[in-house]
Design a protein around this ligand. Sequence first.
Ligand code: DGL
Length: 267
Amino acid sequence: MNNIAPIGIFDSGVGGLSVLHQIRRQLPAENLIFLADQAHVPYGPRPLEQVRQFSEEISRSLISQGAKLIVVACNTASAAALHHLRATFPDTPFVGMEPAVKPAAERTLSGVVGVLATPATFQGKLYASVIERFARDVTVLQATCPGLVSQIENGELDSDATRAILENALHPMIARGIDRVVMGCTHYPFVIPLIKEISGPEVEVIDPAPAVARQVGSVLLARGLASTESALGAVQYLTTGNPHKLSSLLPLLLGESGQVQHIQLDT
Ligand code: DGL
């Protein structure tokens, strides 16, 4: 494996772009392949076994395209498949998402924190283990935000419908005194401005993407795989869905445009 090989990043859809954005900021010389499985978005309401199969197929494709490391930029896929992917592809390092309950539990003053994530993420063993390890002494409130992923996939970052979904999730949490809210789904950072408007300045929003990007940098260094180039890396965007739809959203979500190609997987 050589240092200029790309990092593969995948999600069910555009959520992984919130992680890609942080990786670009912290590791600008890396070449990236971003794969959005938009033929199957949303993953959240699906059985974990099915999400595991999608994740395996996507990882196989990214490895065949030369990925030196894979970022599972999706909490749902991490919950469903991270252990399985590491066991199935032992030669490839994987970095996944874990709901950032630890920093929320460490920093809360009220002793009550909120987590926004998909139903599948809450069902997974990973979430149970995070709660068990880090949140014994705090109250953790959960909300699944039905429909929010689809709103974000449609670029509706501040519509009335998006606001209504977030108010439904956040108002009961605010009433019970949360002072930290964790983004447990990579789509949700795109509505942080709206979340802040609803929650007010007393509630800190915690997005794990910067920490995940730091972890990617450390793993690459530890394995001698970090890019040694000085030029900005290239980004290739792939989707199993409609490439035009994804490319039309890139300026809104990333502040830059990009070419998107369609990819067919065996799932
Ligand atoms: N962005 C994903 C996550 O972090 C998946 C959302 C979905 O497809 O339901 O959970």
